[in-house]
Every structure is written in C-alpha cells, then in structure tokens.
Write a new protein. Structure first.
Length: 433
C-alpha cells in the first residue's frame, strides 16, 4: 500500500448510494465477528464504523484467514467494493479485495475500546492514546476543540487581539497559590501562574482589547477533582471599561459557547441535554453570599475565602450560573481596584453551582495606588518594577478576567473529575504520560 492511502474515505463518507464503487478505507480493527460462513471486521476511524464482510465461499482463502487472524486494534487499510446493506452501520458493507495490516496490535490491550468493560480513570490516563479511541472520550476532546474555537470566534467578532505572553517569568501574581520554581541559567525563575501582569502591561501598549488562551501553572498541593497543576486559562483584558462591562462580556461568551456546543451531534454520546444559560446571570454580593451560607448553618467569618462546602451551599440555593461581586480587599490580589470608602474591591467570581469558573476585576490603574497595594500585601515593589513601569507613562483604566477552560468544560458536560477533560493531566502524582 502506498502512503498516503489514495482517496481514503472516512466511514461516514460512504453511503449505500455508492453501491458498486471501489473505495479505500483505513482505521482500527474494532471488532471481529465470526458467524462460520461469514466473517465481519468492524473497522473504526475518527468518523465512525465500517463493516467489512467476508463470505467464506466467495472470498479467497488467504484473505479470509488473514482477516480472522488480525488482532483487534491493529491498523488496517482496506480496498473493497461497496454493497448496500441496511443492517450495517451507515447502510453499507464493504466486500474486500485487499486487506493490508499497517500496524499489528499486541494481543493484550491495556483498555477495552468497545466500552463493554469499564476502567478506572488512572488506568485510562495511563493509556490515554487508547482511551481517546473510545466514543465518549473522543467526543469530550472534539467538544474541547469546539469550545476553544467558539471562544476565539466570539472574541474575534468583538475586535479582540490574540496575544502570547511568556510562561517563564520572574514574579508571582496570584499570591496564595504557590509557584513552580525552575532554574533559568544562573537565576531562579518560575512557571507562570497567570498572564495577569503581561495582559495588563499590554493595555498600556494601546492594543485595547486582548485575549490569551494558554497554560497556567499552579503548585497546588491538594489532590482534588477540580485542581490541576497545569491548567488552561482564557484571559481577557479590556481598556476603557469597568468590571461591569467585562462581566457582561463573560456571561455572553459562556452563553455563546453553550449554544455552539448544543448543536454538536456528539453531545448525545455523553447522554447530555445541554441547556443554554440565560443572560444576564444572577449577581450576589459577597455579603449576601455570607448571609446565605450562615443561614444554611455553615460557619464562615466575613473576610474569609469561600470553602468548598460554602460554595456548594450557594450552588444549591441559587441553582444556576451566578456572579459573586464586592469581595473583601484582603482576599483579592493587589491589582483589584478598591471600592471607594469601603474595605471591599471591584472584583467578581463567576460561579457554576458546583465550582468557580472565572475571576476578574476592575484593575488599579494608578501607579501610586498599585505600588502601595503591592507593598501592603508584603511583596517587594522592586521585583514588580517591569510591571509598575507600564503604569507610569499613560495607562488607561481597564478590567478583565481569567476563565478556566477545564472548569468550564467539566461543568458544562457534567463531568466529575477535571482530569477527564485534559488529554495528559498534570497533578501531584502524574508526570507521565
Ligand atoms: P484565578 O486564580 O481565580 O484568577 O484563576 C482563574 C481561573 O482559572 C481556573 N483555575 C484552575 N483550574 C484548574 N486547576 C487549577 N489549579 C486552577 N487555578 C485556577 C479557575 C479560575 O477561576 N489573574 C486572575 C484572573 C483575572 O483577574 O483576570 C486569576 O488568575 O477556573
């Protein structure tokens, strides 16, 4: 067989109307069925399944034996003639004249692809290349690709410019969550926790509305179903607007992504009825959130961050996507704009009833205030000089947010563990594959 395989067709590109045509297909041997006089090979490709039918009487002995022997999950290329067959997938079967084994699979497979035998998530992640061959996992990653495209299309239509900022950095941005130190020649450097400082500096560049979709690294020690050590974040920063405008942008983006994904036929493979959330989402203040949590009998003091049980109480009470606004200054980063005359700031979190999806804020754009805020958090203004400089020569007021791609996907697809929506997740124990 010459490569590339000439005029290769996906299984769903062939129909009963092609009856009598000679076609080439290629894929994995999904199943073998032996009915004595007839032997079926079910070949799988990205788009579905094709049934290859071998009648013992009419097909050459050599071909018949070859088909029987090929191990499941081997990669084959098949040339054959299409025959309309209502009982077969896509309404046709293929009568082969040539079966070429391009790669023979070992007999004992690490996973069952047909879905008849379930496997633990760890086993699936260890053999991820194979796990993606299963229908459910494949559709999760096709949807992930569609979500990213929907986000880019949405922001592009609103005049945003896509940026790329460094992932090897010299300073922390998100305080509380720890950094991964790396050796950078003679100096210490870190993997970036967020493109926060860079996206803000680009507001001083005049690019006006910018976004980035890129990895963020968090040295989270805890092993939970919603934390990764390497996650993907959609970061947005907009000049000359307030937190209110970027909250509106965020809810409209979420609704737009849901409505795009809802049209995807593969959604049925996940047994989902996707409901597009209505905008505007509900907004509650941090104070109101505290009241609801206390009313439900959970302990919390004003000024504390919300624990997971507290988030769940709110989620149960509210039951849909919502924003929490007006956070205490002390638990939000130095770049959030303080609310005048109060100990709160103009920051918000976007919450799904199960977990936090995004955070954002109006940013401090005054050089003096920013410097003061950095110092009041116990950080050295000197190590932020490269960032502070951008505030000294003309910095527009601005606002923005960061949205976790995996959090959005897992909540939208009703998936319990965040690792399911990352091809090769990184957590405390997992560094390979
Ligand atoms: P924050 O730290 O809240 O804000 O992060 C933004 C969003 O990123 C996602 N996220 C994570 N997802 C999986 N695993 C993790 N360990 C993890 N950490 C964060 C969450 C979270 O809501 N600079 C600000 C954003 C801004 O103000 O523009 C920031 O990074 O969905």
């Amino acid at each position: 067989m010459k490569l590339p395989i000439e005029n290769r067709k996906y299984s769903n590109e062939i129909t009963e109307d092609d009856d009598g045509e000679r076609v080439n297909i290629a894929g994995w041997v999904h199943e073998k069925r032996d009915l004595g006089g007839v032997f079926f090979l079910i070949v799988r490709d990205r788009e579905g399944f094709a049934q290859v039918t071998l009648h013992k009487k009419t097909i050459g002995k050599e071909l018949f034996e070859q088909a029987k022997k090929v191990p499941r999950e081997s990669v084959v290329a098949i040339t054959g003639t299409v025959k309309g067959e209502q009982k077969a997938p896509n309404g046709y079967e293929l009568i082969p004249e040539r079966i070429e084994i391009l790669s023979e699979a070992s007999h004992v497979l690490p996973l069952d692809i047909t879905g008849k035998v379930g496997a633990e998530l760890d086993t699936r992640l260890d053999a991820r290349f194979m796990d993606v061959r299963t229908e459910r996992t494949k559709h999760i990653f096709i949807i992930r690709s569609q979500v990213l495209k929907a986000i880019r299309d949405f922001l592009d239509a609103r005049g945003f410019i896509e940026i790329n900022t460094p992932k090897i950095v010299s300073a922390a941005t998100e305080g509380g969550t720890a950094l991964f130190p790396i050796t950078y020649f003679e100096r210490e450097a870190f993997l970036n926790q967020s493109p926060q400082l860079y996206k803000q500096m680009l507001i001083a560049s005049g690019l006006d509305s910018v976004f980035e979709i890129a990895p963020i690294f968090r040295a989270e020690e805890h092993d939970t179903t919603k934390h990764l050590n390497e996650a993907s974040s959609v970061d947005v920063e907009v000049a000359f607007v307030s937190d209110k405008e970027v909250m509106k942008l965020l809810e409209e983006l979420i609704a737009s992504v849901y409505s795009k994904v809802a049209l995807y036929p593969g959604i049925s493979k996940l047994n989902l009825q996707l409901e597009v959330p209505k905008v505007p989402f509900r907004r509650i203040t941090y104070d109101e959130a505290i009241e609801l949590i206390l009313e439900a009998g959970e302990q919390i003091e004003w000024g504390e961050d919300l624990s997971t049980p507290a988030e769940h109480i709110l989620g149960k009470t509210i039951g849909e996507l919502y924003f929490i606004t007006d956070w205490p200054r002390a638990i939000k980063p130095f770049y959030a704009q303080p609310t005048e005359g109060k100990d709160t700031c103009d920051a918000f979190d976007l919450m799904h009833p199960r977990l936090e999806l995004a955070s954002g804020s109006q940013r401090v754009h005054s050089y003096e205030l920013l410097k003061e805020n950095i110092e009041s958090k116990g950080l050295s203004a000197e190590s932020f000089e490269f960032y502070l400089n951008a505030f000294r020569y003309g910095m527009p007021p601005h606002a923005g947010w960061g949205l976790g791609v995996e959090r959005l996907l897992m909540s939208m697809l009703e998936i319990d563990n965040v690792r399911e929506v990352v091809l090769f997740p990184r957590d405390r124990r997992r560094l390979v594959p």
